[in-house]
Design a protein around this ligand. Sequence first.
Ligand SMILES: [Fe+2]
Ligand SMILES: [Fe+2]
Length: 372
Amino acid sequence: MNAHATAHPEHDMLSALINNVESADDAMAKATQSTVLTPRFYTTDYDAMDRLDVSPLRAEWDAMMAEYEGDNNHDHFQRDAAFAEEAREGMARLSPELRQEFLDFLISSCTSEFSGCILYNEIQKRITNPDIKALMRFMARDESRHAGFINSALRDFGLGIDLGGLKRNKAYTFFKPKYIFYATYLSEKIGYARYITIFRHLEKHPDKRFHPIFRWFERWCNDEFRHGESFALIMRAQPHLLRGLNLWWIRFFTLAVYATMFVRDHTRPLLHEAMGFDSTEYDYAVFRLTSEIAAQVFPVELDIDHPVFRAGLESLLSRSIAHARAKQQGGPLGLAKQAWHAAGAAATFVRLLLLPVRRRPLPAQVRVQPVW
Ligand SMILES: [Fe+2]
Ligand SMILES: [Fe+2]
């Protein structure tokens, strides 16, 4: 089912990409969905994970593990007494369209937190390498808290997701470890950048904070930041992952993560508007911060200010909308249009991948602090 016509023409156009959620079954269906734009679940080569060696960066590794051990967020993911009431009041003020966008945001965030939880937990169960096993156990612990916390916000509306069922029923994508490192590093750091950008903004504009969950984002995103640090150390300990042809994989994953985020976020224009953001400005602020942090590990940086880059993301967005419309239309003509827009999007993606990148030398000290 699609959002009905609204007074907001942009939203009407973009809502072709969002399905409404009215029941727990709808929420579950949305979480289970596998498309180019929805969060995925992953499996990997566990034996290769077992063989990883972090000893070249032992001192930085041990300092990081001590932080996990200290668990400074152990008491953070508990709701305070005001939570439920604040959530009820805030949601009552939202238009039905904005409510749908916020639910879409909660469901996709919960799914992607849980995706990390499953992957880290599976790795941890299947390996004996003490460094990686301990790391994966800590990260699974954090992601399980994150997913559970979002799910409790969904449960307030009777839309909680059956995470056990999701684990059994959602499709899994196999990624070689190096792809896991590039993709997961980026998604942890971009997760940090997204959460901290929202938190800092709402700190200045508390009247725009329509749901209490945003109050949790600051300490929450420090977990994501540290998860990203772990993958940075793993990659820096295997320098071959960061040179030669692998630079193309770094470019590929960075572009894929940015493009997906751009299209996804523009399906929720009202959500950003309600927080006082423009979706495009918000996304570029997040890309900029992510690129800055990624200097610790990626020796190439996409030129996000290149006019072709900016135009290319806009084009991927309109292709996605046209593709969703063609899918709605159905029939042979709808199918032909879908193929046409998919091919157009692929051509644009390749064009963006071939744009010149900025090179930068890797710093001797890998770790950075979450100071934003
Ligand atoms: Fe998380
Ligand atoms: Fe994380």
